[in-house]
Ligand binder design. Structure first.
Ligand code: HEC
Ligand code: HEC
Length: 107
């Protein structure tokens, strides 16, 4: 699962002592709460609440792609060691559809 490494890294800033090692399920839940906050959405924006494994929603599919992209940026060195660490928030800024095109003023 691509996601487990990503989430481990996503949550690495909340460093844990060995005594507090969390279950995979807990980590998944925390990372889901975190990405929801970073996008300013609820679980149901991406999930069918009757089946969280379902990948039918467009938002779910895009989120999965963007998790890969975010992990790719971390792997390429945007890992928070010397500078910023790639997160959803970096681009999304608390919005599901971040404005991403430069606004060029018409003089
Ligand atoms: C921005 C979209 C998005 C939001 C919001 C989101 N999720 Fe997810 N969630 C995903 C994606 C994509 C995966 C699949 C990751 C993978 O398989 O690599 C996933 C996986 C999961 C899984 C694991 C399902 C399985 O395969 O066993 C659970 C459980 C889950 N999410 C719960 C939640 C909960 C609870 C919330 C709200 C707190 C939430 N998610 C919010 C996109 C989202
Ligand atoms: C490098 C910048 C960048 C990063 C990092 C990023 N996104 Fe995105 N994301 C975008 C842009 C740009 C859009 C397109 C907005 C639009 O279509 O208007 C978008 C769109 C989406 C959408 C679809 C929204 C819609 O309704 O059309 C989802 C869901 C999403 N991103 C989830 C995520 C998640 C979850 C993460 C973190 C794991 C993430 N993104 C990280 C730039 C990014």
């Amino acid at each position: 699962m691509i996601v487990s490494l990503f989430f481990t890294l996503l949550l690495a800033s909340h460093a844990q002592t060995p005594a507090q090692v969390k279950s995979e399920e807990e980590l998944m839940r925390e990372s889901m709460v975190s990405i929801s906050r970073q996008l300013g959405v609820n679980c149901t924006t991406c999930h069918n609440p009757e089946n969280f494994k379902s990948d039918k929603k467009m938002e779910f599919k895009v989120a999965k792609e963007h998790m890969k992209i975010t992990q790719g940026l971390i792997d390429l060195g945007m890992d928070g060691k010397k500078g910023p660490k790639a997160t959803c928030y970096m681009c999304h800024r608390g919005e599901l559809k971040p404005k991403y095109q430069e606004v060029i003023p018409a003089f």
